[in-house]
Write a protein that binds this ligand. Structure first.
Ligand SMILES: [Zn+2]
Length: 465
């Protein structure tokens, strides 16, 4: 029996191992745990890109980042979703569902093509004018004419200060005492009220996507949240200062404990808000007549493997293993290996809609042999394939490679690429095949969109890769 609602909640930078339902020793997520206890906590879910830009194509579009063909001139990190690539919301809309998306992350705003398929799309761009055309609009134009223009002087000044760490830390320390750090993102409560407004005005079945920035730096826990969650007292100025250090990548190893406490308190505060939202959904009968998922686009690092924040090229599990807590997914095996690329197809199928052949994921239930995570710059790429036992990372341009035996070495400390040439060779071939398959499929969509080949009829039968 198909369901009438599909609700997808994504939290930014939320690593699976910091949720209590994934074994974290602190009680960060009592509400999400309770939701999972009535549904399924998927233990082995992985994202297809390790930051927002590279993860969301698979979540909202159903295709791998390698399928993207448009990159902003002179800037390697900002892909724009081309019109020939499918968006999951379009399929829901075509199936008669009302579609709504609510978030405040500029990287997945309308500028980058993410509004396509949504009847109602709120990306906070109009509310937070600082992030509006002033920033992203002109930044795009500026990149188009070679990256020169306003801001060169401030960039030089900043670079000069950053080469003097003591001076830099002192300067921002002083600034944080006199000027509080403004939160650039809409908090979860605001996202929830917009989403409920949309649900209450929707007439009939609906597809709803919400994205939370509460767990992305600057982390938005207040001193009161911190105290209630962990009993720790931290002043507003200290919180602002830690957030500013995180923004500038200036966190030192001895700040890590405080930053992690702040991060965990932000997860706990988000969980409380998500709990209230789930109650609202339940009151409207949406949980029992719907498919609902809570997940994250990627994790965050606190000097894990020497890394902070979430660089696009880091494929260690701390960053690519994401929570996936769901309800209404049917008879799924919690231990199955799944990619976030499977979410769109799963939601469409559970709602009784066709899964377009162009979507590269597969509806659950299934258990993948492997999952892929990747990043592509203008003229280089870094690819990762992960099975239950092995993780292999490869840069085709330089030939650089890493191999980890996750059974013997789950924390990925020892690269065994040189001693296990047999395994590395097979996994390199798998990545090469994956890359070619994705690129060929994307090219076929582009040719079709240009009217140079006939439309593909019907739904997908074999969702490889
Ligand atoms: Zn993100």
């Amino acid at each position: 029996m198909p369901v009438r609602y599909a609700v997808l909640m994504t939290a930014d930078s939320l690593r699976a191992d910091h949720l209590s339902c994934y074994g974290y020793e602190k009680g960060t997520t009592p509400n999400i745990d309770a939701f999972g206890a009535r549904g399924t906590v998927m233990e082995n879910a992985f994202c297809q890109g390790s930051n927002t830009l590279y993860s969301f194509p698979a979540i909202l579009g159903g295709f791998y980042p390698l399928a993207i063909d448009r990159w902003l001139s002179g800037h390697v990190g900002s892909p724009i979703i081309s019109g020939h690539l499918p968006m999951v919301a379009e399929s829901f809309k075509a199936g008669g569902f009302a579609t709504g998306g609510f978030h405040s992350n500029p990287h997945i705003s309308r500028y980058f093509g993410y509004a396509r398929g949504f009847d109602t799309f709120w990306d906070s761009i109009s509310t937070y004018a600082r992030w509006d055309d002033k920033f992203y609009g002109t930044a795009i134009k500026r990149r188009g004419n070679g990256g020169r223009g306003k801001g060169t002087l401030s960039r030089r000044l900043r670079k000069a200060i950053e080469t003097r760490p003591r001076l830099f830390r002192m300067a921002i320390g002083l600034r944080d005492r006199v000027r509080p750090l403004p939160l650039p993102y809409a908090p979860a409560d605001r996202i929830h009220s917009k989403a409920l407004e949309f649900l209450d005005s929707a007439d009939g079945p609906a597809y709803l996507w919400l994205h939370y920035m509460d767990t992305h730096f600057p982390y938005n826990a207040t001193p009161a949240d911190l105290e209630e969650f962990s009993g720790r007292r931290m002043s507003r100025a200290r919180i602002d200062h830690l957030n500013r250090l995180m923004l500038h990548r200036w966190i030192r190893p001895n700040d890590v404990r405080d930053v992690v406490d702040l991060y965990d308190a932000s997860i706990w505060a988000l969980d409380r808000r998500v709990g209230r939202f789930l109650d609202e959904l339940d009151g409207r009968g949406i949980l029992s007549d719907g498919i609902t998922a809570f997940t994250a686009d990627h994790g965050d690092c606190f000097y894990d493997h020497g890394v902070i924040r979430h660089p696009a090229t880091n494929f260690h599990d701390v960053q690519i293993h994401v929570p996936l807590v769901c309800r209404g997914f049917g008879d799924v095996d919690p231990s199955a290996l799944v990619g976030l690329i499977d979410l769109g197809p799963t939601m469409l199928a559970r709602c009784g809609l066709d899964v377009p052949a162009d979507l590269m994921g597969r509806p659950l239930p299934h258990d993948r042999e492997e999952v892929y995570t990747e990043v592509r710059f203008r003229d280089s790429m870094r690819l990762c394939v992960r099975t239950r036992r092995w993780k292999y990372i490869w840069e085709p341009g330089s030939g650089e490679e890493e191999l980890y035996d996750l059974r013997e070495d789950p924390s990925e400390e020892r690269d065994v690429a040189a001693e296990r040439r047999d395994v590395a060779g097979v996994m390199r071939d798998a990545l090469d095949l994956h890359r070619r398959t994705v690129e060929e499929r994307a090219l076929a969509m582009r040719i079709r969109k240009a009217g140079l080949a006939p439309e593909v009829a019907g739904a997908q039968r074999d969702g490889r890769p």
